[in-house]
Design a protein around this ligand. Structure first.
Ligand SMILES: [Zn+2]
Length: 68
C-alpha cells in the first residue's frame, strides 16, 4: 500500500521584535528587527525548523531584509 500525502505547510512565527533605524520601502513607516522561526510540516510532522533574523515593517509586514 502506498500512501501519498500532499499536505505541506509552512508557519512563520515572529518571536520578538525590536525597533530599528530605517523605514519600509513600501509604506515608509518604521521597521523593526525580528527573530523569526520558520516551521515546515509535512503531514503534520515537523521536519524542518529554521530560525533567522529579519527586518520587517511593523505596519504592512513586508520583509525588508533577511539574515541567514
Ligand atoms: Zn511597510
Amino acid at each position: 500500500m502506498v500512501l501519498f500525502c500532499f499536505l505541506l505547510d509552512q508557519k512563520r512565527i515572529v518571536k520578538k521584535t525590536k525597533p530599528v533605524a530605517g523605514s519600509c520601502s513600501r509604506c515608509r513607516r518604521g521597521a523593526s528587527v525580528a527573530d523569526i522561526v520558520t516551521k515546515t510540516r509535512f503531514c503534520y510532522i515537523p521536519f524542518y525548523w529554521r530560525s533567522n533574523k529579519a527586518i520587517l515593517c511593523t505596519f504592512c509586514g513586508a520583509t525588508l531584509k533577511t539574515y541567514p
